[in-house]
Write a protein that binds this ligand. Sequence first.
Ligand SMILES: NC(=O)c1ccc[n+]([C@@H]2O[C@H](COP(=O)([O-])OP(=O)(O)OC[C@H]3O[C@@H](n4cnc5c(N)ncnc54)[C@H](OP(=O)(O)O)[C@@H]3O)[C@@H](O)[C@H]2O)c1
Length: 263
Amino acid sequence: MKIVFIGGGAMGEAMVRCLLTKKVASPQDIVVSDISPVRRELLSREYGVSTLDDNRKAVTSADLIILAVKPQNLPEVMEKIKGLAPEQLVLSIVAGATLSSLCQGLNHSSVIRAMPNMPAQIGEGMTIWTATTETERKQKELAQTVLRALGKEIYVTEEKYLDMATALSGSGPAYVFLFIEALVDAGVHIGLPRNVAQELVIQTILGSAFTVEKTGKHPADLRNMVTSPGGTTTEALLQLEKGRFRSLLLKAVAAAYKKAKRL
Ligand SMILES: NC(=O)c1ccc[n+]([C@@H]2O[C@H](COP(=O)([O-])OP(=O)(O)OC[C@H]3O[C@@H](n4cnc5c(N)ncnc54)[C@H](OP(=O)(O)O)[C@@H]3O)[C@@H](O)[C@H]2O)c1
């Protein structure tokens, strides 16, 4: 199997690392084409993969071509590599690039569009993906194996869900990082040493997320279990409700979705 990356930046590197760590591919299976000599040198030194600065040459005889350049570089890349064989599969992680624009730009029909998120950099990502109807079952299985190496993946038949997921899981890590930062600051404000506050917050968030996942209970039921009548938690929740915490989150995600649709 030959996997070719067009773009070996932050996400390209993360994908290479995950593919190798999870033993989905070996360095001999991977070629990275990137215009940056610095990136090429780093990727071949760190991961032992082949590198090139010629996108056209790189895609020759590739089974899977992963497009991992910034949206503004996509048109030039598509122009260079178009004329692929029908059995070659293209997987794009380029934000905002729709299946129809990819198919049109590449004059190719076996195309997958995926939206990973930043924790993919440590193999804990959440990726949502879709494929053209022309993409064969075996090709989808290959894409799924590759995306699983980045963390969890979910396949949807409706492409519109990718823009929605961009606002939820794509931008989501930024909301969670802000929440973590604010909660740690709150701990410091009431007198905890910063390192202690940070450890308490991180494990509280991890533990709570795992509890929702493992018990399958509704988050409101779990919240009620932590909220004793007349206790401390209800005092804090009152302040969050007064500050319109939920509706603020809803508005934030809706604003990100509106922007994602315009990309
Ligand atoms: N970062 C994330 O968390 C994330 C999450 C989901 C999706 N994505 C998507 O993933 C894509 C890549 O993002 P990134 O953060 O990895 O970007 P990045 O770090 O800028 O990586 C892109 C790489 O492609 C190189 N490049 C530019 N033009 C090229 C060309 N014509 N041929 C070959 N290589 C070229 C760039 O070199 P130069 O730097 O020299 O231009 C850079 O090394 C984006 O479309 C983004 O929307 C990213």
